[in-house]
Design a protein around this ligand. Structure first.
Ligand code: SDX
Length: 431
């Protein structure tokens, strides 16, 4: 019987050590190298974590080569079609789909925590009106710990549960307030007679002087966007939340760190960058010029919304969003939307180009989501905010799992390549 181990030999000394290979439910097995430094006095080096698993998790599974995404074992295609966002939140947090009683209780609790402490509204007034809503979100979410002293003990399961509900319930209210502040309109308090997604759109778009109505097609489109963005294994922002939370920082501080990491255009900021790119390209005639730039290693331009560290196949979320874009635009009588047409043509041409084909660069979740959000009426600078609203439940679920696993503080090491030890010299002796 072949031992389930990996033998590593240091050829400098001839020393060989066996390390255990652990297998999960799906996907690649891992070699447990926790003893590696103790056995060899060496560190492993993997700056982009391309070959490194940072934890074990039961929440989300991605098969990048096959283009598979599962939340607690359920295919994302089925959840996007048949489920709703509160139910997906319950699934990610608790690990199972809720029965009717569990679902009703969960929705009631989430609904009853949507309001913000009235003092929190003062935070917004400290920002310039033209502040990016993500800058506001980072600040306000981090400041929540200044208001909820009663639930900051990360080792107390009840505190973790209360904080989870507060973050999931209040993030739409904070996001909507960030938007209202940036356009100079009054904040809209949540209306708890509305569902989670409709309430979010209500807080975003209603005004005191008009009756609020919105097409159920648009509500459903945003709900699908939230479902598709809810979690995604150990991406940059989730890893940030785990690392920040591993120091036993409170969950509001850890969530704020996640929002900061998500903001980057290489990550959650890509959806905003896709729309800016499509506007800059402007017409199908200019696609060739931009693809040439995207392929030029000396040009920093990247085809935003394309490529992925894990997916080397079509991102299953992009496939769903592409279809949803067709449906939303048709519902709005904008089936010939020029930006959508340009995106479709850009994808078609790129998918026939050897550079993208050989590098397995496909549209990712960000490529079509902005087109749908624009059609709903969400401004470009709110796209990443929407991503943060969706991903909050993923961050909280992963944070909770990390605390419950009791992994302790995350503290990577390094390969030091700086100056060797040297003595201080007075300035008079420096050239
Ligand atoms: C998200 O991790 C997650 O799960 C993230 C996310 C989530 O749900 O949390 O899925 C959300 O962040 C999606 C990604 C959004 N970002 C973008 O759309 C920005 C554009 N994409 C690239 O910046 C890039 O593809 C990354 C950052 C997403 C991935 O970077 P990698 O892992 O370095 O890409 P790679 O190793 O696959 O690249 C292989 C080659 C390289 O060229 P060579 O060195 O082989 O010549 O492809 C090139 C890259 O330069 N390449 C691109 C490209 N993406 C990769 N060339 C042009 N345009 C691109 N978009």
């Amino acid at each position: 019987m072949v031992a389930n181990t990996l033998t590593i030999r240091d050829n400098r000394t001839g020393r060989e050590v066996e390390f255990p290979i652990e297998s999960g439910t799906e996907g690649p097995s891992v070699v447990d190298i926790a003893r590696f430094h103790k056995e060899f006095g060496l560190f492993t080096l993997d700056p982009g974590f391309r070959s490194t698993a940072s934890c074990q998790s039961k929440i989300t599974f991605i098969d990048g080569d096959a283009g598979i995404l599962l939340y607690r074992g359920y295919p994302i295609e089925q959840l996007a079609e048949k489920s709703n966002f509160p139910e997906v939140c319950y699934l990610l947090l608790e690990g199972e789909l809720p029965n009717q009683e569990q679902y009703t209780r969960f929705v009631r609790t989430v609904t009853n925590h949507t309001m913000l402490h009235e003092q929190i509204l003062n935070f917004f007034k400290g920002y310039r009106r033209d502040a990016h809503p993500m800058a506001i979100m980072v600040g306000v979410v981090g400041a929540l710990s200044a208001f909820y002293h009663d639930s900051l003990d990360v080792h107390n399961p009840r505190h973790r549960e209360i904080s989870a509900f507060r973050l999931i319930s209040k993030i739409p209210t904070i996001a909507a307030a960030s938007y209202k502040y940036s356009i100079g309109q009054p904040f809209v308090y949540p209306d708890n007679s509305k569902g989670y997604v409709e309430n979010f759109l209500y807080m975003l778009f209603s005004v005191p002087c008009a009756k609020f109505t919105i097409s159920p097609v648009l509500v459903r489109a945003l709900e699908q966007i939230l479902i598709l963005h809810a979690d995604h294994e150990q991406n940059a922002s989730t890893s940030t939340v785990r690392l920040a939370g591993s120091s036993q920082a409170n969950p509001f501080a850890a969530a704020s760190a996640g929002i900061s990491a998500l903001w980057g255009p290489a990550h959650g900021g890509a959806n905003e960058a896709v729309l800016a790119m499509l506007h800059e390209i402007g017409s199908v005639e200019r696609v060739g010029e931009y693809l040439k730039r995207a392929k030029d290693p000396k040009d920093t331009f990247r085809l935003m919304g394309f490529g992925h560290r894990v997916y080397k196949n079509y991102d299953p979320r992009a496939r769903i969003l592409k279809q949803a874009a067709h449906e939303v635009l048709a519902e709005l009588g904008r089936g010939d939307d020029p930006l959508f047409r340009l995106a479709l043509e850009l994808e078609r041409i790129a998918q026939e180009d050897d550079y993208f084909v050989t590098r397995k660069l496909y549209p990712n979740v960000d490529f079509y989501s902005g087109i749908i959000q624009s059609a709903i009426g969400i401004p470009i600078n709110m796209f990443t905010v929407i991503f943060a609203v969706a991903r909050m439940v993923g961050w909280v679920s992963q944070w909770k799992e990390m605390i419950e696993y009791g992994e302790g503080i995350g503290r990577p090491r390094q390969l030091y390549v700086g100056p060797a030890r040297r003595d201080y010299r007075p300035v008079a002796e420096r050239l």
